[in-house]
Design a protein around this ligand. Structure first.
Ligand code: GLU
Length: 274
């Protein structure tokens, strides 16, 4: 059993992250497995080395340990580009020059990640990519290539065997960006799915904020021939009786609590861990 905590160093870790990290490590412990730390820093405009340093520091302070070396996604751009090449060879990618404004102006519906892309550039061949264009996955075309039902297992609150919903993929997610415009940075979905395979992650433990994207991750895994891990999406910070704690500020940085003199066990108790 192998799981991972995969923060993006775009700001300080707050109490919600501490809850997520402790959930990941306790999951690994209860299943006799190992928890990895992975730095998801593909977004070159928002990720900062000082936030990464603070992640290491806060997690160590919380008493967590992980195997070294830690995978830092920004060091593996060439791999993500190679994965894009595989999807391109299948004819599933297209270049997109739309700005957020263009997307809204084209009458896009709201979806899981802002707006569902209305498909303005969908017919453009990849060979006509212009500098600064993003790369998107043609989800409908991708789905048409898959014969088997895309099944995945969820444990936790909504435990069960699920089918990656076509409705969710086409109506609520739409054609995702796999390579960002301007910077050319690989997008989260692509890097995450590739690294879960590369690091042989058997259990993905993460917050319910990412649950809606699991069908997309399963689609990418199926297209790329990767094994689908078991998913466990954890909810809000709970106290020992399973109630949501009202009095704590889960968006407050762990470093602020530390500076105010809170101990590691104070933090653990606050978010329902002993
Ligand atoms: N890097 C993502 C985040 O910080 C988490 C990715 C994941 O656990 O799949 O929200």
């Amino acid at each position: 059993m192998k799981t991972r905590f995969a923060p993006s160093p775009t700001g300080p870790l707050h109490l919600g992250h501490a809850f997520s990290a402790l959930t990941v490590w306790s999951h690994a412990q209860s299943l006799g497995g190992v928890a990895l730390l992975r730095i998801e820093d593909t977004d070159s405009t928002r990720c900062k080395p000082e936030f990464e340093a603070a992640i290491f520091d806060d997690l160590k302070w919380l008493g967590l340990k992980w195997p070294e070396p830690v995978l830092r996604q920004s060091e593996h751009d060439d791999e993500y580009i190679a994965v894009l090449g595989k999807l391109a060879a299948k004819g599933l990618l297209y270049p997109c020059s739309c700005s957020r404004k263009d997307i809204i102006a084209a009458g896009a519906r709201p979806g899981e990640d802002g707006f569902v892309y209305p498909g303005t550039c969908r017919k453009r061949p990849l060979g006509q990519r212009k500098p600064g264009d993003a790369i998107r996955l043609n989800v409908a075309k991708a789905l048409s290539r898959i014969d088997d039902e895309m099944r995945y297992e969820e444990t936790g609150a909504k435990a069960g065997l699920y089918r990656a919903s076509v409705n969710m993929l086409t109506k609520r997610i739409g054609d995702p960006v796999l390579q960002r415009k301007e910077t050319g940075d690989p997008a989260y979905h692509l890097a995450c799915v590739h690294d879960d395979m590369r690091q042989e992650i058997t259990h993905v433990v993460r917050g319910t904020d990412l649950q809606a994207f699991t069908p997309l991750h399963v689609l990418l895994q199926t297209l790329l021939g990767y094994r689908t891990p078991i998913y466990h999406h954890h909810g809000l910070i709970l106290d020992e009786d399973g109630r949501r704690l009202a009095k704590i500020d889960k968006s407050k940085a762990i470093s602020k609590y530390r500076a105010e003199g809170f101990s590691r066990s104070d933090i653990r108790t606050m978010i329902g861990f002993r």
